[in-house]
Ligand binder design. Structure first.
Ligand code: ATP
Ligand code: MG
Length: 325
């Protein structure tokens, strides 16, 4: 079956959005109102995690965003460069610090965040000659819903979608909208437009229904295909993932059996791996296996992208790890 995504050879997958460091509380509890042990900084930001996994798997990959002229920024740029990501369109803000997110897990598995994104370098970038040159040669754009709450990212994404599509490139969207990140009406509208324009949609849990605007899994899937989406992969955490194709095909991919240490970033690694494998010409089944491995491997390690694997690391993981039935 011909892939619905532009091949890797057309140009890099580009992700636009927030680049952050994440600092993680080492104890479980309620928030940050008292002094406590922390570990970090870890390279983070959903779009950065996604593109890191693309690069690690050997897909052409590039990131658009900004960091401050500080060590938090260098943690990210060094990391992405090492992963094989083109960082030429990551600008370095001379005036503002790198973005950050402090996270602490609660007993019930939910998370408290303290973000510094909107008033950090992470939110201060825009369309430039370097960005324009990159988009002109890119083959695929991946949009994280979280990036839509960043106005500079929104502006770049708006322009980039049209350019990439006009040259035969494709679009994927991960709704990825946390309850802490409220969208205004304008952003909701943009989000709906992007969903309808997406070739591949990568929602998790209730994001599927939110993206479709209708309730019930089957009805939501149907609606999204009516809107023009071509392929949907629904992420279900430790319950695995499901691929849905326009013509009615469905593949359920059980999760790998692992000890979860830090679930942050699983969805982004899963998505980065799935997309990259598809662009490299793999079947949905094979891409799902790599994606499930990428998500599972990442939850075994503390830090949002510390468990992102290379092709050979994922092959070794797949060979050595049982799957849930
Ligand atoms: P994120 O917190 O990064 O936004 P998400 O909600 O988008 O995550 P999840 O469904 O949590 O995405 O995870 C994506 C995929 O990673 C799952 O479909 C599954 O294949 C794998 N995965 C996630 N958590 C686990 C786990 N505990 N054990 C095994 N595999 C997991
Ligand atoms: Mg997600």
């Amino acid at each position: 079956m011909a892939s619905i995504l532009a091949p890797d050879a057309l140009g890099p997958t580009v992700c636009v959005g927030e680049i952050l460091v994440e600092i993680v509380a080492t104890t479980v509890g309620d928030g940050f109102r008292e002094a406590q042990p922390l570990v970090g900084p870890f390279a983070s930001g959903a779009p950065a995690i996604f593109i890191s996994q693309c690069g690690r798997l050997g897909g052409q990959a590039a990131m658009v965003g900004a960091v401050g002229d500080d060590d938090f920024g260098r943690v990210n740029t060094d990391r992405l460069k090492r992963d094989g990501v083109d960082i030429s369109a990551i600008s370095i803000d001379p005036d503002y610090p790198s973005g950050s997110a402090f996270v602490r897990y609660r007993k019930d598995g939910s998370r408290d965040f303290v973000y510094n994104i909107a008033t950090s370098a992470a939110a201060r970038f825009g369309w430039s000659q370097v960005v324009s040159d990159l988009i002109d040669r890119s083959g695929h754009l991946h949009v994280m819903g979280s990036a839509l709450s960043v106005p500079s990212a929104r502006a770049v994404i708006d322009k980039a979608v049209d350019i990439v599509k006009a040259r035969g490139g494709t679009l994927s969207v991960d709704p990825n909208i946390r309850k802490e990140l409220k969208l205004d009406e304008d952003t909701e509208r943009r989000f709906a437009r992007l969903v309808a324009a997406a070739d591949l949609l990568l929602p998790s849990g209730e994001e599927l229904e939110r993206a479709a605007g209708v309730e019930g899994e089957a009805a939501a899937i149907r609606r999204l295909f009516e809107l023009g989406v071509k392929e949907i992969v629904l992420k279900r955490g430790a319950d695995g993932a499901t691929y849905f194709a326009h013509q009615g095909d469905r593949i359920d991919a059980p999760a790998f059996l692992v000890q979860e240490v830090d679930p942050t970033g699983a969805g982004d690694c899963f998505g980065g791996a799935y997309l990259t494998c598809r662009r490299l010409g793999m079947s949905p089944q094979q891409a799902l296996t790599y994606a499930s491995a990428a998500g599972a491997r990442n939850v075994m390690v503390l830090g949002p992208m510390e468990g992102a694997g290379t092709r050979s690391e994922l092959d070794a993981f797949i060979a050595a790890t049982e799957r849930r039935s």
